[in-house]
Write a protein of this length. Sequence first.
Length: 300
Amino acid sequence: MQVVSDPRVYQQACASAREKGGGVALVPTMGALHDGHMALVAAARARADFVCVSIFVNPSQFGPHEDLARYPRAMEADGARCEAAGVALVFSPTREDMYPEGGETRLVVGETAAALCGASRPGHFDGVATIVSKLLVLTGSCVAVFGRKDYQQWRVINRLVADLFLPVQLVGVPTVREADGLALSSRNRYLSSEARSRALSLSRALSQAVRRFDDGERRAGILRQEAEAMVAREMDELDYVALCDTDTVQPILDDAIVPSRVLLAVAARIGGTRLIDNVVLGEDGAPSQQEQDSAMASEQ
């Protein structure tokens, strides 16, 4: 496995791999890799011979009071996981590599990024779009694999690739969860055991909404408010609980009847840790189903 930091060396490595005819896939990450990231790598390996993982904690997507300084970094462990998973190249640039002195160009994204995390984290998706566009331009024609736990990010990147006519095939991988339903996240390592237990309110609220939707409930206000009540009881601060269009990520009002597929997204804080989660009602299963199945098995 190669490990490179120079953007031009990375660019040439991808070009050389394409010349050999095997195809290139990119998994962009900020490191602190977990099983969710490894699921993205597996999806990439199923689609290309030359799989790259970028590891870069992108400063332009963090706000002034967010966790850039303490965001978990574990380069040695990350490299070992990548090598064991069959990754061909790890691209780990420095801040100066990706944002050289004198650089002026930044992307500004539109309505897909306006609600949810875009409303509570101003400039966040501009930073995401800027770094992802840099990575995709350096990689060239490729498959790029992202997780759908960051569902709004997934839609923003879809819009970016379409708007800029980038030669990229996007693949979205469903959220990978712990056995009890908690969505895997690098930020989970911030949580104490007590905080982690309370954080399960997110997946349980989403699971309740899935069951209500599958039972025929279509009133947006009922679905949203029931989920909000479950999360608010356990988390220290509620950022949002919202029903949104699955393509545009525009919120659906409480007095509406939801369509056959609708995004339910939540974001909340416990202590200093911000967690997000989502389901697509009408498509995804209940996140806590594994927990329920385990509980039933132990009772039998």
